[in-house]
Design a protein around this ligand. Structure first.
Ligand code: DGJ
Length: 698
């Protein structure tokens, strides 16, 4: 809901439990007024009448209170907008227009000196607390080019508090999305990626709580998350007077984002923000609900249990061997069979074949269709792996078009994993990829595409292009456009975003993919920490997790039971990635039971409300999912100490007066007891785990 006040110079956006207000002063300054619990227009108007505190010597009266600080004039904070023309740098703007269109507010400003029109966009839906913000910058002048060095999607302003704590998700390959919280000290904390993709190092998300006072279930939490799959930056700055602003947008360094000719415009990604009064758990639940309702395509459809061949067979694949795996997978209850890397071109190892997207005739003599048909006959969907944005120098594509990769004349072409990045900003490259991928999806009944991206940009140049810098943004836009085009042409095909595990997980890619590959780390214990971090922002419905072989040969040699591996992976979209040809009959039979159990609890896990009951740092961790009358609790014990029984886990969100039957033990518990005393898990020893299904009695 959007309400106006102060003769149309005050705007109040309100959602389920929170409000956001801003105000245009008589001096045409756009000031931030409020972001927090719901208030009325009268409250906002009263705030607008309060004079700004007098600035300290050497400080600007606008810093820390302005809604979208630009470079130029009396401002010393990090600018959200930085513009360069032939003559000048910076912006001096005038208010031009405001416009309310349903739940979207648009405020437009212009800079007469250079012809730039900047529109701030806001959207807040009645039933959510997420505010979506983005900007469009248009060159409305008659001549000359405008270079946007930076055009952040938003700058968020937090209220005054004594101090702030910052939560972030950091990592690297095989160790993504690990949660860390630290005191925000004066200065700037900058997170981001200079890599051309979202990156494993930071998820584009931050959360801030005042005075470090929030807990999992109580206190005020602000969260901000960026929807962009290229290089990005989020800067959290604690100003000298204790105020905090958070800028975020595409591009890391201010080296140039886009060059606008007259008539051209740039649209930033969305930088979404929310306020929650319900602690970190409340903030996460709000993010999840909003993504399920508004971001993720077809989110109401639960994702199938998949088998993926990567850890089982690597590059050494053949049609017969995949067929044998498919039979075992189908027997186990798997619903989607995915052939990973190695099915195309000369891809018998990682140094060849990327770019040549037709089945390897020695491995799949009749193409993919015979295998896909057999997989379908077994009652499963069929999926394949691709990495369209890349090329191996040892490929027909590269031999024919060595100039199609990002490169700079006279410089090396650095290879990672023996591959180079195609320049998707080029029209001919995009046309080639569309033709290949559309052809592939038309040549065989493919239901699912795992779309991988296995290296960062280096020497990201484009000889002969006057403004090569634009490829950083245009690559991502082309990737999005290709996905959108493929989804439109093949509406029943689902897509998974993968980048060597979780290197491309963000709200932008999630608005056009059905799930993401969380991490190449499939060790079930490590995964608990990765999944705990992931759940801060994203729901279980998109978090793919596989059960692989034990001991875990890839990473650490750790041995774990099938039970522990399954219960760990059942916290998200369950998959199986072990070499089923080597699993014993007993293991296959046990796996079948776990898959059946997962299918039963799947709607609750994937679409329910999630409560993190205990974080994985301690010996015992647990997550609860509730949907309607059904509740599922997954619990894991890392190691029992000193013979002590692990504590009961206290549940959340239940009706204290209702009775809940545990379908696994037959016991009936009063809601108040589950909330207050908790559920005894009975877990023992090392790496133990259990699933509890509770149903509310009517
Ligand atoms: C990286 C992915 O994360 C893996 O799951 C697998 O698909 C390999 N690439 C294949 O090359």
């Amino acid at each position: 809901m959007i309400e106006l006040g102060d003769n149309g110079r005050l705007w109040l956006l309100s959602g389920r439990t929170s409000s956001y207000a801003l105000h245009l002063t008589d001096r045409e300054e756009l000031l931030h007024l409020h972001w927090g619990p719901r208030i009325s227009v009268a409250d906002a108007a009263a705030l607008a009448r309060e004079p700004l505190p007098p600035p300290w010597p050497f400080e600007s009266r606008l810093d820390g209170v302005e809604e979208y600080p630009v470079e130029g004039g009396p401002r010393f904070v990090r600018p959200a907008l930085s513009v360069r023309t032939g003559q000048a740098r910076g912006t001096e703007w005038r208010f031009a227009d405001s416009d309310v269109d349903g739940d979207e507010l648009r405020l437009t400003f212009t800079d007469p000196a250079n012809g730039l029109a900047l529109t701030l966009h806001y959207r807040m839906r009645d039933d959510f607390d997420v505010v979506e913000r983005w900007v469009t910058a248009a060159h409305q002048g008659a001549d000359g080019a405008l270079e946007l060095l930076r055009a952040d999607a938003a700058a968020w302003t937090l209220p005054e508090r004594d101090g702030w704590r910052l939560s972030q998700l950091h990592g690297r390959w095989a160790a993504e999305s690990r949660l860390v919280r630290s005191e925000l000290t004066p200065g700037e904390k900058v997170l981001g990626s200079r890599r051309g993709h979202t990156g494993h190092q930071h998820l584009p998300w931050v959360a801030l709580d005042a005075d470090g006072a929030a807990t999992e279930e109580s206190g005020e939490v602000y969260g901000c998350a960026l929807g962009w799959s290229g290089s990005w930056r989020i800067a959290v700055h604690a100003l000298p007077d204790g105020r905090v602003q958070i800028n975020g947008g595409a591009g890391h360094d201010d080296a140039g984002l886009v060059l606008l000719a007259p008539g051209q415009a740039y649209t930033s990604p969305v930088f979404a923000g929310l306020w929650s009064g319900g602690g970190f758990g409340g903030a996460s639940r709000e993010w999840h609900a909003w993504q399920l309702a508004r971001v993720i395509p077809r989110a109401g459809e639960p994702r199938p249990v998949l088998f993926n061949s990567w850890e089982a067979t690597g590059f050494d694949i053949s049609e017969d061997q995949q067929r044998a795996l498919a039979h075992r997978a189908a027997d186990m209850g798997v619903e989607l069979f995915v052939v990973d890397d190695g099915w195309f071109g000369a891809r018998t190892h990682d140094a060849a074949g990327l770019g040549d997207w037709s089945p390897n005739p020695a491995r799949f003599p009749g193409g993919l269709k015979p295998l896909a048909d057999e997989v379908h006959a077994l009652g499963m969907q069929f999926g394949i792996w691709v990495e369209p944005e890349m090329v191996n120098p040892d490929s027909d594509l590269y031999r024919a078009h060595p100039d199609w990769v990002q490169h700079q004349l006279g410089r090396s072409r650095t290879e990672f994993r023996h591959q180079l990045v195609l320049n998707l900003a080029r029209r001919d490259v995009r046309a080639y990829l569309w033709e290949q991928l559309d052809g592939l999806l038309s040549s065989a009944p493919v239901d699912y595409v795992k779309w991988d991206f296995n290296r960062c940009f280096t020497e990201a140049g484009w000889p002969d292009e006057p403004y090569p810098q634009k490829l950083w943004v245009e690559h991502v836009e082309a990737f999005y456009a290709l996905l959108d085009q493929l989804r439109a042409a093949h509406p029943r095909v689902a897509f998974e975003s993968c980048s060597g595990g979780g290197g491309r997980v963000d709200l932008g890619v999630l608005s056009r993919t059905d799930q993401v590959w969380t991490s190449d780390n499939t060790d079930p214990l490590d995964r608990l920490a990765i999944q705990h971090g992931f759940s801060q922002l994203h729901p279980a419905r998109v978090m793919a997790a596989w059960v692989t072989d034990s001991p875990n040969e890839q990473l650490n040699g750790r041995a774990s039971s099938l039970r522990f591996r399954f219960v760990s992976a059942m916290a998200g979209v369950l998959g199986v990635g072990g070499d089923l040809n080597r699993w014993s009959a007993a293991e296959l039979a046990e796996a079948r039971e776990w898959v059946a159990l997962y299918k039963e609890i799947r709607p609750v896990v994937q679409l329910g409300t999630q409560y993190r009951l205990r974080a994985p740092e301690g010996g015992l961790s647990a997550v609860q999912y509730t949907r309607g009358d059904d509740t599922v609790v997954l619990a894991w014990l890392q190691a029992q100490r000193h013979g002590e029984l692990p504590p009961a886990v206290r549940l959340r969100g239940l009706d204290a007066t209702a009775a809940y039957e545990c379908l696994d033990t037959g016991a009936v518990h009063r809601g108040a007891v589950l909330l207050h005393r908790g559920l005894a898990t009975g877990l023992r020893g090392d790496l133990d785990a259990a699933v509890f299904r509770l149903r509310r009695a009517r």
